[in-house]
Design a protein around this ligand. Structure first.
Ligand code: HEC
Length: 455
């Protein structure tokens, strides 16, 4: 059981505010599942404060919850550190350089390694806890703390698409679970801070400037014996994270890393690329055994599986010469770059292009109504981040007139998750239960029944 303090100490929260960014507060035994200096509140599943013992516990060290954890989760002997949401979003990003912006898209490996190395600088040493990283600040998206995929309390991981065998060499009918955490650099966080400056998200401000970079590290709970042939386990020797799930503590291994960057040279304004863990690599630091898979700067409009079969090449995506074998067998639609845990009927940019609100279209052409290439190609269009994706009728998988004004969220699906939580699911922020959102903003009508966004 997770216990939480009987009373809230404002002295402690002041202490936490002073400490943030320098050192993680050490966990004291009286705060079983909470960082010292944080406020831990008894809440319901939607974040509303309820008399204790409530079904969930929210940890507050800043304006947004670090995590909201089911109070029946059993952390066993684990006593911390607990996850801290990096949420001091800057109003102006500090001076930095963005080396990938000078690299040609044709040089896929160099472009991707530039993003990977920038993301890793100071981060490996600080165990991917931004409050310990003195090289450069990194930030998390707020409000990803609701619903089944909510942030867990040790590492802040959210649950991602699971994989059921035989996909990815997993034994038939065995399902492996995957978890991830994303980070934005300071230019990206400036946008996050502007969108969330008040309780009503300012969707028109969801535009990311050049220099923005985001990365996501993705882990799996798969064990060697989950694969048809245990020698096919792709994660031998991979870095491990232990997290707290509904099944208690689980040790996960690194499988994939995603990167995304705003780059005005791209027809979409963005470049998305991915890496897969390569167990045959020999780099001393195991994090660096991630090898590039490929990247996309456009959607290759009109390119279909028939084009691929005829030997035509993608022109707005490039594959790496270093792709680990298992990842090469798991690309996206018509061979577009995609990661090992991603839906093979999709691709990075096509899915991220659906970052709009309200949720008026599925993330990809996944339903059995999407039965022609013409219908599928609606997802593989090039447009920039100021244009919303559009609406698709789930009954036909055809484009339809939007039933409400759609606002683009500039390819950020984490922003879409956060906005959907706040506006459509009407969650409460227990750390700052300020004035309620105004009635108009609080409505996702007529898309109020749209499914939860999840990879
Ligand atoms: C079918 C949909 C889908 C596909 C395909 C997909 N993603 Fe995402 N991605 C998501 C969702 C949903 C989120 C937000 C939730 C989360 O982070 O767990 C996300 C989050 C991210 C983030 C964090 C920042 C942000 O934009 O929200 C990055 C970076 C990212 N994805 C990169 C990639 C890359 C690179 C690929 C291709 C290898 C890819 N994604 C493919 C659905 C997808």
């Amino acid at each position: 059981m997770i216990r939480f303090p009987a009373s809230v100490s404002t002295v402690f929260s002041f202490f936490a505010a002073v400490c943030r960014g320098t050192a993680i507060p050490t966990s004291a035994s009286s705060f079983d599942a909470c960082s010292t200096g944080s406020r831990c509140l008894s809440v319901d599943t939607n974040g509303k404060v309820v008399p204790q013992p409530g079904p969930f516990v929210a940890q507050c060290t800043g304006r947004f919850p670090d995590y909201i954890v089911n109070s029946s989760h059993d952390a066993g002997a684990y006593t911390g550190p607990w996850f801290l949401l990096s949420q001091n979003y800057p109003t102006t990003p500090p001076q930095d350089s963005y080396p990938w912006l000078k690299i040609d898209f044709s040089d896929v490996d160099r472009y991707l390694y530039a993003l990977r190395d920038y993301s890793f600088e100071g981060m490996i040493e600080s165990d991917f806890r931004p409050e310990r990283n003195s090289v450069r600040p990194w930030f998390h998206m707020p409000l990803m703390t609701y619903g089944p995929p909510r942030r867990e309390p040790i590492r802040g991981l959210t649950e991602e698409r699971s994989v059921t065998g035989p996909e990815l060499g997993v034994k038939p009918n065995v399902t492996i679970r995957n978890f991830a955490i994303g980070f934005y650099n300071a230019p990206g966080a400036t946008t996050i801070g502007t969108v969330w400056a008040s309780a009503n998200p300012n969707l028109a401000a969801a535009r990311f400037a050049e220099g923005t970079a985001s990365f996501k590290i993705l882990f799996s709970n798969a064990k060697p014996e989950d694969f048809t042939d245990s020698s096919a386990d792709p994660m031998t020797g991979a870095p491990e994270f232990t997290i707290l799930t509904d099944k208690g503590l689980q040790t996960l291994r690194l499988l994939q890393m995603d990167v995304a960057a705003v780059d005005s040279r791209a027809p979409t304004g963005w470049v998305f690329g991915t890496f897969a863990f390569d167990k045959t690599a020999t780099d001393a630091v195991s994090w660096k055994r991630l090898r590039p898979v490929g990247m996309s700067w456009g959607n290759d409009e009109n390119y279909t599986p028939a084009d691929r079969a005829a030997g035509k090449k993608l022109t707005e995506s490039g594959l790496s010469s270093q792709i680990p074998g298992f990842a090469l067998k798991h690309l996206g639609w018509a061979g577009r770059p995609n990661g090992p845990v991603d839906n093979p009927a999709s691709g990075c940019l096509s899915c991220h292009g659906t970052a709009e609100f309200p949720v008026a279209a599925a993330l990809g052409p996944f339903s059995n109504k999407c039965d022609t290439d013409a219908k599928r190609l609606f997802w593989f269009r090039n447009f920039r981040g100021d244009t919303p994706f559009g609406a698709v009728d789930p009954a036909t998988c055809e484009q339809t007139m939007p039933a409400a004004e759609l606002k683009s969220l500039d390819f950020s699906l984490q922003m879409k998750v956060a906005v959907q939580n706040a506006v459509q699911f009407k969650v409460t922020n227990p750390c700052a239960p300020t004035a309620p959102l105004d009635a108009e903003m609080r409505s996702a009508a007529p898309y109020s029944n749209a499914p939860r966004v999840g990879r």
